[in-house]
Structures are given as C-alpha cells and as structure tokens.
Design a protein around this ligand. Sequence first.
Ligand SMILES: Cc1cc2nc3c(=O)[nH]c(=O)nc-3n(C[C@H](O)[C@H](O)[C@H](O)COP(=O)(O)OP(=O)(O)OC[C@H]3O[C@@H](n4cnc5c(N)ncnc54)[C@H](O)[C@@H]3O)c2cc1C
Length: 397
Amino acid sequence: MSNKLILNDKTKCCGCFSCENICPKQAIESVSDNSGSLYPKIDLNKCIDCGLCSKVCNYKNQKYYLKPIKGYVAITKNEGILKKSTSGGIFSTIAKKYIQDGWKVCGCIGYFKNEEYIVEHVLTDDYKIIEKMQGSKYVQSSIKKVLIEIKKLLNNGEKILFSGTPCQISALKFFLRKEYKNLITIEIICHGAPSLKLLNDYIKFYNLKNNCTLTDIVFRTKKYGWKNIGYIKYKKNSKNIIKTKDLIFNESSYYYLFEKGYFFRESCYKCSFAGEMRMGDITIGDYWGIEKVHPELLKKININMGTSCLIINSNKGTKIIENCSDLFYLFESSFDNIRKYNKQLNVPTKRPDDLDDIIEKYNKEGYIAIDDFFRKKYKKYYIQKLKNKVKKILRKL
Ligand SMILES: Cc1cc2nc3c(=O)[nH]c(=O)nc-3n(C[C@H](O)[C@H](O)[C@H](O)COP(=O)(O)OP(=O)(O)OC[C@H]3O[C@@H](n4cnc5c(N)ncnc54)[C@H](O)[C@@H]3O)c2cc1C
C-alpha cells in the first residue's frame, strides 16, 4: 500500500478531517504522530486525484475571514449558568435562547466510555446536553462526525448554531463551501490544545499510580472563583464509592504542561487567529485584566465569578447580541482593550524550546517521562517564585 501525509507541513493542518469526510473513495485516514496528534494520511492506491480534499482544506484556502466590529464586557444574568461556565456564561445563555427559538446547537462535550475519555462535538436541542458543553475541555475536540450532519441539516433548512475554536469554525466554513443564512457561529478564544491521546495517557498513568479509576475530569470550576482549578472524580479500585478531588494546575503534570504551552498541535504554535483575524460571528473568551482595563465597572459588577470578553465580527453577530442583550450584564469595551491582557489575541503560544526532547523521551519511556519532566520543571519554577518573593521582601526593608 502506498501512503503519504496530505500536508507535509504539520503546522498547516488543524486536524478537522474535512478531507476525510469529503473523500469519495474513503482513501483518507487519521494517523497519530509522536506527540499523539492526528494527521490525515492518503492511501494512494485508492486516491482518484479528484482534488476535493484540497478544496475543503481550510489551511490551504484560508482567505475569507472577519474582523472585530465591536467589543464588550459580558456576564450572564443567570447565576446557575455562571457557576457552571468557565468565564461569564455567554455560550450557554445564547445556546439556550436559540434552542427556545428552534435552533440546534453544536458544541463540545467530554465523557468517559470504558475508562477512555472522549471529547467530541455533538449536535443537540436538549438543554441537558448544553450543560455538558459548558466548561473548557483542555484537549482537542473532534469535529469529524458532525461536519456531514451539519451540512445535511443546513440544506434541509434547519437552523444551526455552531460553537468551537476559530480553526474549527474555519474548517466548517470551508467544508460547507457556501454561505448559509441559517448558520451562526460562536468562536471561543483558544491558545492551543494537546491531543486526546496524551490526556488519556495521563489518565491511565494517574489511575495506575493511585490505584484508582477516574470517572470525570473537569479543568475549571468556580468553587474558588474564576481560577484555573478544576476537579476529578474517581473511585479506588477496591471500593465502589465515587470521590471528588480538586484538580490544581500546578499539581497535575498534564494541566501544568498545558498551561505552559507544551504538547499542542503544531498548527497551534502558528495559529492564524492569534490576532485580529476572526472566523466566528462572535468571539468569546476570558476578559483577563478587566480590573485594570475597566476599573469603573468594579462597582457595577462582580467580576470574581468569571467575566467574558465578547467581540462582534459580523452582522449576524450583531443580531445575536441584540437578541440576547437582556440576558447579560453588557458594557461597551473594544477589541484593543480586550487584547491588552489576552495574549492569544496578539501572538500564538511559543513552541517550548525543549519540546522535542520531551516528545522523544515520551515515545521511548511513555507518560512517566512527562511526569518526571513536570516534577523537575515545577521545582525550578517554584524555587524561582520563592527567590522573587524573598527579593521583594528584601527590597521593602
Ligand atoms: C483549549 C482551550 C483554550 C482556551 N484558551 C483561552 C485563552 O487563551 N484566552 C481566552 O480568553 N479564552 C480561552 N479559552 C476560552 C474560555 O476558557 C471559555 O471557554 C470561553 O470564554 C467561553 O466561556 P463561557 O463561560 O461563555 O462558556 P463555557 O461554558 O465555559 O464554554 C463552553 C463552550 O466552550 C466550548 N468548548 C469547550 N471545550 C472545547 C474544546 N476543547 N474545543 C472546542 N470547543 C470547546 C463548548 O463547545 C462551548 O461552546 C480556551 C478554551 C479552550 C477549550
């Protein structure tokens, strides 16, 4: 069998698998690279050279994009939604309103199946599934299954709200290859995502080390406010009682290395959307630095339970906000203000200099190499932090 990767340059593939979906000969399949990320490979014996895979590739064709029109500070008025969301609860508030108005919503859910964690996009008009979409899953979600379904539904006149990272929205738009009035898109700011294989390797490593089985993993909760602390649910292998434990970023090798930009897909380090270029009708993210950028709002709203930035990028986006404005605390801001403390709106995450070394060790020794690497790295970080603290105290004396 004669195989080759569709794109030789890995930084040019966001892993949407539109190419696999469109191929009339099922000549394309996904293969994992040495960091666990999936890339499309083409079986040249089946390929009829029709070129469809190139036509739908959003990275080859990336030219249609949007630009910010307006920027806001936004927090949902629904306290229940705010508590379960990562930022200001914008996604679920809009999703629920649109379901009421007859729309279907597509977003990302995470769940365990036979001890394996799965993260994928699904379509729904059920509020219970929207609750599962809430919260950031810090891993790449698969949109492979929904692309064809969305196309069919749109062609049947169904109204679809799609939410995802900018590259996923770009992928959807290039897969559809035409504008649909009945499609709206919500883009979440994203600074990069590791592969699901890596997360599952971490889960297996954790289970083995602690003689337990994880049954749930949530990266961010509001238990301690708007922070990067989540929780895991697990049961000890000898017992059947499910317990809950905080997932603290600097105590978990996976979470810590995610925060430091390790193991992202290669395209994340060259992300085209780390700037003005937008793909969604609206963009939502964390409003980092809100206390410095909008100190006047601190008396009007409580920012401590999560505050979102909201950017309108199209006329459809303006309509979404008009439809939902009474459901939010909404204050005018600007794209320039929003990007001041949101690094991802300025530059892509830097590829760590020592990433290749650790990938090599991971391939030779398995996840334990990553855990060891984290422990050494965190020790250095902790000592530096302590040194800085002492310096600060000495300066004050
Ligand atoms: C991997 C990742 C990196 C991020 N990086 C940044 C950043 O650098 N700066 C920033 O401001 N914000 C970032 N965010 C976005 C932010 O954390 C919130 O998701 C966003 O502000 C929406 O918050 P919310 O309260 O409105 O809704 P929430 O309920 O918190 O978010 C739910 C929405 O997130 C989507 N979602 C969750 N996980 C994924 C995933 N893995 N892939 C695709 N979609 C997903 C769901 O489909 C749904 O649309 C990141 C999110 C993810 C998943």
